[in-house]
Ligand binder design. Structure first.
Ligand code: NAD
Length: 487
């Protein structure tokens, strides 16, 4: 791995791990360029894994599997706990790396590191509480004993938008369960993954338990690993489109899949909402990571009586945000990840404007260097515009006016996605009644942020399969084994 000089002032060189990480060994290489999204300049170049590297990673994960599975839960827990502590100690360097390669504002990057480290702390605790069951059969013929065993080698694929948290949300439960893993981070943001692997090494993760591969051929590498009968789990976070392709590939060898996919979150504001609280929540739900979050509010449904005040308040707040490189400490809205991301946002906004929407702020990409799109509020957006159906993944808030509760529910559910939703109302009974009818895996009531390592994160419909985090997250990496016992 080579580094651009820009790094020297920003990140701790101790975290500059080199190349692929397989079987506890670092293998340097090149081929994948990492760009600074605020300038488009080269930040670093990392190794590009070939199919043989993926096979070696599966060999390494397999060689480590029996030992890791047999390691007492307390010991696995303590390694995860040390990893949590090291991430906390190196929080500032990790946040700077994330801000550099992903572009998000430092405040968001710091928030991500804290959230990411918490998955190691949470699963350090859960590792020692793996449940079992003992039951009597209804017929009385025998007893039912249920054990949970590690599922086997797990392939973990993560996106660029939370390069630390999406990795720890998978590695934490997998290691706690007793599985060995191969992590394939997004090639836009590999540096965070490698830095975390370095810290894992220091925390005492044995060679081969965690392997990390960056590649420009994610399909070929993943297919090769899924075809290997030793791989028993695929845990994927990314777009619904790639998720569908991977589900089909995993079906060929009947590999267990956990899928955290795209979202299209509705944010419903009722007339009786506390306006300032709803605006605060809207800014968090929309602007965390400049809108590049699967839980990001994608559609604002605002009841007629509060609509104009909400649009005015949101416009004022969005307009006041400072745009700039994530690593500048005053920045509140960083660049998008790529020029393509800016193009997609521009297409969605232009189509909405052509269909009658009005931008109260923003509405056009910025023309300076880097991949910037300004905070934008759209009103009078047609409910069937493509911006209401597709993930925007950027700092754009389309607002739609509604009249009745039934109309809000119908609009909210009019999507193939079902990851997150938000409701603002002072009437908790109303919020709960509406919430029960929204098709979603997660619902924020009078809150713009719901992610928590102790809660089950995941979606319904085409937003995914399974849950990460919480007490059930570890079971995604375990198989129940039933013993029928007759004394
Ligand atoms: P993406 O689907 O393009 O890529 C995700 C990962 O899959 C990357 O590591 C990529 O290299 C890899 N990949 C791409 N094609 C592949 C293939 N054929 N085989 C194997 N791997 C392949 O998504 P992205 O653009 O990196 O991330 C944004 C998407 O992720 C959004 O849709 C967002 O909603 C979703 N997301 C979901 C959650 C969640 O928890 N539900 C969290 C974060 C992001």
């Amino acid at each position: 791995m080579t580094f651009h000089a820009k790094f020297s002032g920003y990140a701790d060189p101790a975290l500059h791990a080199a190349g692929l990480y397989i079987g506890g060994k670092w293998q340097s290489g090149s081929g994948i360029t990492v760009l600074d999204p605020s300038t488009g300049n080269l930040l670093a170049e990392v190794a590009d894994a070939a199919i043989e590297d993926a096979q070696r990673a599966v060999d390494a994960a397999d060689a480590a599997a029996a030992g890791w599975r047999a390691t007492p839960a307390r010991q696995r827990s303590e390694i995860l706990r040390r990893w949590y502590q090291l991430m906390t100690q190196h929080a500032e360097e990790l946040a700077t790396l994330i801000a550099l390669e992903n572009g998000k504002a430092l405040a968001d990057a710091r928030g991500e590191v804290a959230y990411a480290a918490e998955f190691f702390r949470w699963y350090a605790e859960e590792a020692t509480r793996i449940p079992g069951e003992f039951r009597h059969t209804p017929s009385g013929s025998h007893n039912i004993l249920v054990d949970h065993e590690p599922i086997g080698i797990a392939v973990l694929i993560t996106p660029w938008n939370f390069p630390a948290a999406m990795a720890t949300r998978k590695i934490g439960p997998a290691l706690a369960a007793g599985c060995t893993v191969i992590l394939k981070p997004a090639s836009e943001t590999p540096l965070t993954a490698y830095a975390m692997a370095r810290l894992g090494e220091e925390a005492g993760v044995p060679p081969g338990v965690v392997n990390v591969l960056t590649t420009s051929n994610p399909g070929g590498i993943t297919n090769a690993m899924l075809a290997d009968p030793r791989v028993r789990k695929l845990s994927f976070t990314g777009s619904t489109g790639v998720g569908r392709v991977l589900l089909a590939e995993a079906a060929k060898s009947v590999v267990s899949c956990s899928m955290e996919l795209g979202g299209n979150a509705p944010f419903i504001v009722f007339d009786d909402a506390h306006l300032e609280a709803a605006l605060d929540g809207a800014m968090i739900a929309k602007m965390r990571n400049a809108g590049e979050a699967c839980t990001a509010a994608n559609r604002f449904y605002v009841q007629a009586g509060i609509h104009d005040a909400f649009v005015a308040g949101l416009t004022a707040r969005m307009k006041s945000l400072k745009i700039g490189p994530g690593y500048d400490s005053e920045t509140q809205c960083g660049p998008m990840i790529t020029q393509n991301a800016v193009r997609k946002i521009d297409r969605l906004v232009s189509e909405a404007l052509a269909a009658g929407a009005r931008a109260t702020t923003g509405g056009k990409p910025l023309t300076e260097n880097g991949y910037f799109y300004p905070p934008t509020v759209l009103e009078n957006v047609p409910v069937n515009a493509s911006i209401a159906r597709e993930e925007i993944f950027g700092p754009v808030a389309p607002v739609y006016k509604f009249e009745s509760d039934d109309e809000a529910i119908r609009l909210a559910n009019n999507t193939e996605y079902g990851l997150a939703a938000y409701i603002y109302s002072r009437d908790l009974k109303r919020a709960m009644k509406v919430g029960k009818r929204i098709e979603t895996g997660m619902l924020g009531i009078n809150r713009g942020l719901m992610s928590d390592p102790a809660a089950p994160f995941g979606g319904v419909k085409q937003s995914g399969l399974g849950r990460e985090g919480g007490v059930t997250g570890i079971l995604e990496f375990m198989e129940p084994k039933y013993f029928a016992v007759d004394y």
